[in-house]
Design a binder for this molecule. Structure first.
Ligand SMILES: Nc1ncnc2c1ncn2[C@@H]1O[C@H](COP(=O)(O)OP(=O)(O)O)[C@@H](O)[C@H]1O
Ligand SMILES: C=C(OP(=O)(O)O)C(=O)O
Ligand SMILES: [Ca+2]
Ligand SMILES: [Mn+2]
Length: 684
């Protein structure tokens, strides 16, 4: 069989075997030429199915994508007045046309990208420059606000800036995979990305504009404050640098979204960024507008310029590294240079909320939040890695949010629209809801995966220990939508005590709750290398000193007032070590911590028998269902009791020392709470 050797040739466009085997007969058999309905040119053809409705390849491709339908039914403005003269009134009522809406959006985005020293906003065009024919008609900003020809024209003035506005996750996947190195789809459909050299926040590079008028007086400055100052001029230098960088690119991503599920206190945010990864991250983390809300978005209340791939200029005043995260409250803008860590955007906006909300009498909280079926709400405060995300994600309760909340007279509301979970050592068994949330749409930062199967190895720390997953809150099956709830019943303060001396759970009175809230203690282990490392105590006021804008006592006073008013109970939960310090003991089993949390929620723990510990004076339960009784008092778990005592006193001393700076401040209007709070600390 010659044909099987693959020797074919073309002859007058017809493929024949070289040694000219008899022609293969077409379906139907017999003499083809005798059948009228078949071609008579002697060529094979395939008429087995219906044909496509396109004449060309381009046409075929254009058939594939359907234009997103306008979501709001629009009343079109009548072109001619109606006979009864109602035409004018009808025109006034009519919503604006699609075209005008588009122009308003273009102008708003052009204004966001405007240089402050040169021409007005740049010429912007919506769509991907790589996909010609899919962009909207180019609209020059000159059409709108430059009636006099500007002779002082630069090259950037001549350039059109393409922007991709609120792309869908699918579109952002395509962008990331096509244009950003290190972007891959994992076996469960998540988008694996790399955040670059920075895999965590850079608090020492975070600067806030200090002006003479308001911020100098209002904000917390000086010792202990996270707010490192910068002047307005330097901010503008960095802003110009970021904007120029963004405009020099082929295209930028623009996200228009919301913060805060409380409709009365919702903030409109715009994020301009250079990477699809950043756009998808914020799509997941902020509240996603409905198509209708997006059409009526208008101008944002706050704008982030994320030029993280580009460094700041070290010759610029105040700059101490190539990274700078700058917040200007008066301009309602934030600039990011020299770091691509996406958490910087999320936590930057949180800082802004820590300023805006208290001004309205609303308390902003660095806490997770969930709610039982009966409407009992719990807050979970704690520094990074203490368990806010893990413990607020509870299969038996409704998740309101994992990290940032507001507590107003109406109850609690989540600031965000998504969660940002740590994934180091993540397991399906221990944290099934987070595990299952890592699917299509989720951003997976800095994880390591099998190059072929794309299965993620959550134990691998090759890139960083701070591996993360960012997903929309709806990816958690029992998310509470909308993410709001009534006033909290329990306020749980989480500490990961690597000294191993704090009890797994203590019931706190109000002054104790305030003492521990202001202290904001946790102890993690410095360094991730092998070998035993000394635990490092961290005190971060309000469990979020890195994000608060006002003096800690301002938030503490509001928390005390609200807890008192609504009768919430405070708890201190140690999610850290038991049976010895880090290196000797072990981290308390997540299973036990969950039992403790369950008993707090159900109200059972409130009714338990308690005894008081010495030094810290904490009320600890003697028994708790599902938890071995001996671990409830940490001294039982230490082999060497003298060593325990030594460690306990050491930690107590660190608490005392940390609190010294707060001793001079008064809390509450008459300051009555202050003495009680001071007395609520450890006794040495
Ligand atoms: N007993 C425990 N309680 C809470 N978390 C624990 C416990 N033991 C281990 N962990 C792990 O500690 C980490 C807590 O991190 P996370 O919940 O993301 O903290 P946060 O949201 O406060 O930054 C998770 O990786 C979790 O699996
Ligand atoms: C995103 C962060 O928060 P957390 O670790 O509390 O989840 C962070 O600190 O960068
Ligand atoms: Ca949503
Ligand atoms: Mn978290």
């Amino acid at each position: 069989m010659e044909a099987e050797t693959g020797e074919f040739t073309f002859m007058n466009g017809v493929m024949v075997a070289r040694n000219a085997l008899p022609r293969i007969q077409t379906r139907g058999g017999g003499d083809a030429k005798s059948k009228k309905e078949e071609n008579d040119n002697g060529m094979c053809h395939d008429d087995s199915g219906p044909t496509v409705k396109a004449q060309t390849i381009d046409e075929l491709h254009s058939l594939q994508r359907k234009r997103s339908a306008p979501t709001t039914p629009r009343r079109s403005a009548p072109t001619t007045p109606l006979k009864d003269g109602s035409g004018a009134a009808a025109t006034a009522f009519a919503t604006i046309s699609e075209e005008d809406r588009e122009k308003i959006q273009l102008l708003s985005i052009s204004a966001s990208l405007a240089s402050l020293t040169r021409e007005n906003g740049p010429n912007v065009v919506k769509g991907d420059p790589a996909r010609k024919g899919e962009t909207t008609p180019k609209v020059s900003s000159a059409h709108y606000h430059r009636f006099v020809p500007n002779l002082n024209v630069t090259d950037s003035y001549l350039k059109f800036t393409h922007f991709l506005h609120n792309l869908s996750p699918a579109e952002l996947y395509e962008q990331a995979i096509r244009y950003e190195k290190g972007s891959f789809i994992t076996s469960t459909g998540a988008l694996a990305t790399l955040s670059g050299a920075k895999t965590g926040r850079s608090p020492r590079d975070r600067r806030i504009v200090k002006d003479d008028a308001t911020t100098a007086l209002e904000l917390w400055w000086g010792k202990g404050s996270p707010n490192i100052e910068m002047d307005e001029h330097t901010f503008l230098v960095n802003r110009e640098r970021a904007v120029d960088y963004l405009k020099s690119l082929e295209k930028v991503y623009v996200n228009d979204q919301f913060l805060n599920w409380d409709p009365e206190n919702r903030i409109k945010v715009r994020i301009v960024s250079a990477r699809a990864y950043h756009s998808l991250f914020m799509h997941n983390m902020c509240i996603r507008p409905t198509p209708e809300e997006l059409e009526d978005f208008g101008d944002p209340d706050f704008t982030i310029y994320n030029a993280g791939q580009f460094p700041c200029n070290r010759y610029t005043h105040y700059m101490t590294s190539s990274t700078s995260i700058d917040v200007n409250l008066a301009r309602r803008e934030m600039v990011i240079l020299g770091t691509q860590y996406a958490g910087e955007m999320k936590k930057g906006l949180f800082s802004v909320m820590h300023y805006l909300m208290p001004k309205r009498g609303i308390l902003s909280l660095h806490s997770g939040c969930n709610m039982g079926k009966d409407g009992d709400v719990a807050l979970f405060f704690g520094l990074s890695g203490t368990g806010k995300t893990t413990l607020s994600t509870d299969h038996n309760r409704l998740l309101i949010g994992d990290d940032e909340h507001c507590w107003s007279d109406n109850g609690v509301s989540n600031i965000e629209g998504g969660c940002y979970a740590k994934c180091i050592d993540l397991s399906r068994e221990k944290e099934p809801d987070i595990w299952n949330a890592i699917k299509f749409g989720t951003v997976l930062e800095n994880v390591v995966f099998d190059e072929h199967t794309r299965e993620v190895d959550y134990t691998d720390k090759s890139v960083t220990e701070n591996t993360r997953a960012a997903y929309p809150i709806e990816f958690i099956p029992n998310a509470k939508m909308p993410c709001v709830g009534p006033h909290p019943r329990n306020v749980i303060l989480l500490a990961c005590d690597a000294f191993g001396v704090l009890p797994p759970v203590s019931k706190l009175n109000l002054p104790q709750t305030m003492y521990h809230f202001i202290s904001g203690y946790t102890a993690l282990v410095a360094g991730t290398e092998d070998g035993i490392k000394e635990p490092q105590a961290t005190f971060s006021a309000c469990f979020g000193a890195a994000f608060i804008m006002l003096h800690p006592t301002r938030y503490a006073a509001m928390l005390a007032e609200k807890m008192q008013k609504y009768g919430a109970t405070g708890w201190l939960v140690n999610t850290g070590w038991s049976g010895g310090r880090y290196g000797v003991g072990k981290r308390i089993k997540l299973q036990y911590t969950r039992k403790i949390i369950d008993a707090i929620h159900s109200g059972k723990l409130l009714k338990a028998n308690y005894k008081k510990t010495d030094v810290f004076g904490l009320e600890i339960p003697t028994e708790l269902e599902g938890v071995p009784s001996e671990i409830l008092d940490p001294i039982n778990t230490w082999e060497d009791k003298a060593e325990y005592r030594e460690m306990l006193l050491k930690l107590a001393g660190l608490f005392k020392k940390n609190f010294e700076v707060f001793a001079t401040y008064k809390i509450g209007k008459d300051g009555t709470l202050t003495d009680e709070i001071l007395a609520a600390g450890p006794n040495l």
